[in-house]
Design a binder for this molecule. Structure first.
Ligand code: HPA
Length: 270
């Protein structure tokens, strides 16, 4: 992996990805933040050497470099999911690349289902902690110690300082921002009623199919990270309606301006 990382990094530096300060990962239906970025370079994932696209069907994602809130940013428009057949190493490879390029902070967004009954469709949730239900770790590989320690501390995986800045901005901007625990599942099928009940009992406030591997690797690399879920459906096991993925994407898109405001403002301050 060392050699691949080096080759990918060289390619991106040659393309002009020079000293990004903040890395941003945008979730499903949440790509419009890039409209606010003063873009200098953009490259399709399938053109980037060693990027995890070759083995699976064409992936439409793009890696973008530019300025947002006065900072140099590198933005992943579209992420890799385990449910697409990628491995945990593939899914987190872009985080390792951000690290190689010198990123100092990482911000992540995702679409998630609301488990907490107080939380409504279209609301935002700042992730305070997580439960990994994806059945694996992106750090469980031979030679992990070449990249950092194996037994990574997770007492505060989401950076408390960035999280308090985000909460202050939400108050100021009058954005209703919940805070809670995100459970990551493999997917791609949605949960059964029994699974939603279980998730509630174990302490999850929201459920989704991403983010946790990226956050584990950011912690491995000692990069402060924060993440926000856009709640796209209400997972009430006693009144569960069939979930329509198009509806999930539409809800993410309509809540997106709030997320764009939070991310654009916090970038100025971190
Ligand atoms: N479950 C899992 N992932 C999701 C959901 C959900 O209900 N909504 C959006 N992503």
């Amino acid at each position: 992996m060392k050699e691949a990382l080096q080759k990918t990094t060289e390619y991106l530096i040659e393309k002009g990805f020079m000293q990004p300060e903040i890395g941003i990962v945008l979730g499903t239906g949440l790509g419009k933040l890039v409209n606010h970025v003063d873009i200098e370079v953009e490259v399709s994932y399938n053109h980037i050497p060693y990027f995890p696209t070759a083995t699976v069907e064409f992936h439409q994602g793009k890696l973008i470099f530019g300025t947002l809130g006065g900072k140099k940013v590198i933005v992943m428009q579209g992420r890799f999911h385990l449910y697409e057949g990628y491995t945990l190493q593939d899914v987190t490879y872009p985080i390792r690349i951000m690290n190689e390029l010198g990123v100092k902070k990482i911000l992540i967004s995702n679409a998630a289902g609301a488990i907490n009954k107080e939380f409504k469709k279209g609301d935002l949730m700042l992730i305070d902690d997580h439960i990994n239900l994806q059945g694996g770790s992106p750090l469980a590989f031979k030679g992990v110690s070449q990249f950092g320690e194996r037994f990574v501390d997770m007492h505060a995986p989401y950076n408390p300082r960035i999280n308090s800045l985000i909460k202050e901005i939400a108050l100021r901007e009058k954005i209703n921002l919940h805070e809670g625990v995100y459970a990551s599942v493999l997917g791609p099928q949605l949960e059964t009623r029994a699974e939603y009940r279980y998730l509630k009992i174990i302490g999850a406030d929201a459920v989704g199919m991403s983010t946790v591997p990226e956050v584990i690797v950011a912690n491995h690399l000692h990069i402060p990270v924060a993440a926000i879920s856009v709640l796209t459906d209400e997972c009430d096991p006693d009144h569960l309606q069939p979930i329509d993925v198009q509806d999930i994407i539409a809800t993410a898109e309509s809540a997106e301006p709030k997320l764009v405001r939070l991310f654009s403002e916090v970038i100025k301050l971190v």
